[in-house]
Each structure stands twice: as C-alpha cells, then as structure tokens.
Ligand binder design. Sequence first.
Ligand SMILES: [Zn+2]
Length: 470
Amino acid sequence: MTKSIATAMVAALTAMTVYAGAGMLGGAADAAACAEAEGAECAAACPGDCDGDGAVRINELVLLVRVALDLEELSACAGSDRDADGSISIEELIAAVDGSLNGCPVVIEFTGFEADDVLALADDDLDGRDNDTPGSAAARQYIIDQIRGFAAGLDSGASGDDAYLQPFDRGTNVLGVIPGGELADEYVIVGAHYDHLGGCSGVCNGATDNAAGVAAVLAIGRSIAAIGTPPRRSVVLAFWDREEDGLLGSSYYVNNPPVPLADTIAYLNFDIQGANLLPSLRKFSFAVGAETGGDLLLDAVAEATARVDLDIRRLSQIFGQGRSDYVWFIRRQIPTVFFSDSTGPCYHTAADDVSVVDFDKLAQQSESGFHLTYMLTETDTPPSFAMAPLVVFPDATRVLDVIDAAVASDLDLFGPTDRAALLDFQSDLAAVVAEGEANFGDDDIGALAAGVAGVITNLSNVPCDGFLEP
Ligand SMILES: [Zn+2]
C-alpha cells in the first residue's frame, strides 16, 4: 500500500465518520431520495445507507468510499467481497481502493474447466467428428459458442462466426485470439485437434482423443480471459481439423499463418488427455519436447506441472514419435511442448468414450496448462528455439520409473509375450541408468527409443479400461 493510498483511505474513513456523525446513515428521507437516484448519484444523495434499510451494504460502502475519494472506478473492481461471505473486510476494502487507484488486483486462478465440453464433443450425435461431416460442423459450432464471449476470430477479413474459421481442403480449423496488452503482437498458441475418426468399429467418439484436449484448451482460454486484465502477450486458441488424416489442419496453419510465426513465442499442444495407460499410471502424464525452448521452457514446464497433483514427466521430443500437430511447429523452430497421456489400450477404438475419461486428471492437466500459458504470456524473456540431443540421460531415468511402476502392479494385464518384453526392457533400462550419465551413449539412445515404442505398441493389447479410481 503506497502512502497516497493510505492518505486516501484515511480521507475515506474520515468522510464516513462525518456522514455517520451527521446522522446520514439511514432514515426514511434518505430512502426517498435514493428512490429518485441511482449509482453514484444515489451515493451523493444519501451516502452510506442508500436504501435506508438501516444497514450499510457492501455496494453502499463502495459507493460511499467512491464519493469520498471522488473516484469513478472503484466498483469496477467488483471483487470487493473476494471471499463472498457477504461482508467486506478491511483487507478487501483496501484491495478495492488500491485497485481503483492502481488497477484492479490481478487474481491468477484456474477457473475454466468444464467436463461438459468433453460430454458435448464426444456425444453420439456428433458421429465421431470426422472432417467434412455434419458432426464436424456441430463440433466447430460448439467450440465457437464457447469462445465467442472472450476470444475474437483470427480472420479479421470475415465477420460473425466465419471470423473463427480457417478452411482448407475438406477441413476447417477454428482459431480465436485473446488479445494481449503490452506485447499484443507476440503470440502464445494453445492447440488441440477436434476431429476424430468418425466410424471405426462402431462410432468412435474420441473422448480422450481428443475431445479432452479441446476441453483443456477451452479451459485455458476461459481462465486466461477471467483474469480480468489482458495477458501481456496475445493467446491464440487453435482447434485443428484433419489431425487424424495426417496432421493436415496444423500443417495448413503453419503454411498459412494468420499471425506471423516469427512472433509466435511458443506452441502448446494437447492430444490425448484424461487417459490412464494402466492402473499404476493414473498419476502419470507426459510433457514432450520442452527442450525445444531450452532451459527456460523446461523450467517453466517443471514449475507449471508442479502446481498440480500429477506426475507429468518431461521427455525429449523424439518420444512424441511425430504423432501429433506439434511437429510442424518444431519444424518451424517454434518452442513447443506436447502434452499427452500417450496412446493406450482404448486408442482408436469405439471404447474411447466418456466412460473412460479421468475427469479429475483432465482438470489438473488443464490447470497445469493454464499456468504454463500464463507464464509464457507474462515472461520478460520468452523461450527461444534450441537444438538439443535427441535423447538425454534423464529420459532414461524418467521412463524407468514409469516401467517400474507398471511392472510392480500391472504385469498380469499383459499377455505372456508382451510381459516378457516389458521385463526385458526394464532390465536393459535399469542397466543403462546404473551405468550413469557419463556412459550414456548413442547405442542407449536407440535402445531407449525402440523400447518405449515397443511398450506403446504392446499397451494396445491390454484390455481397454479407463482404470479410473475405484
Ligand atoms: Zn487419434
């Protein structure tokens, strides 16, 4: 609290005393006067108890202080009663006055998660959201309806809902922007593909792949917008089409970017979220490729993921296997992180439905993504693209922890052949880790990448189950 605010507070409280001393807190005459007046006018007519009910309510108090300070903006910081307990504490009053003098206090809170996003996008009515179908159009409309209130369309040449659309060959990306403040010409892109397979063995609703990723991006957008003051940099919300046909929507975007790639400081990709590979891996998730933004991005990911009760492991980009929209951004040398639970037993089957979504996990992944997004919008020094080794020693230790957990609890979910392969990989990997970082070499890199690819393949043989908390 600065000195000038302290002085203003004293003036305000003195003014209140004067009003009270003059018998102006309440009374039928005041109530009658208030009936004729509204807002600041009302406060001027009868400061204090505007409605004459004998009590000074929060809004009345705020109006009173506003009149005393001759400030127009005080009630704009509507968070006066921040704990919503119906009364305003001295701290809350100070925050309201401080906000009116210095801008409303910024509250960084994750508020935007809606499980309904997944339910709506994975609904049977959308028929698996295959591109160029009525279900796909319905998914787009749903997304636009969600973001219209806080994000502008990225196509400034179009109007209405069309401004959110980026059509390409038999596909349409949905793009919105939350305009930044001081550095509005720099962008953080947060993206997820909204398309899925349509039919596979039945209707494939793609709940974790990738209605859940879309829900994460929507949650991040809502939460950024709810902060109240614009983020320093602009945030682009990107919903890609035709990912399932070969990452086509995101490819089109980087070849036809509505905002310059050179001013895009980071891309965050969410694909397959709220999914459990095995019962023992409920808390595990992966953040792939952060080394593309050097230590700055690696550290930011560590900080953001530490804010939730999940074990989100950083792994080098090779472990993403080039299987999602993030690849084009790395090729354009944009620092990129790919958040994924990896492909598991329900991958690309009709059983990837809302019943297997771990909503608590998804909410936490969204929250972690929000904190990372916000850090990137605000940071003085954005990450710059960095070349890194394909695989580093910490990848080996991080993967080994995951394998150890799976072997300890879930070995019987694998058939005999896959079980033997898993145990072989575990012992090979344990040997690599035991040899230490100094002895970590090219042969280990190949074995690690191949071993992980083998596990991912064998996970598709495990019976599909969400492995939700019993
Ligand atoms: Zn997919």
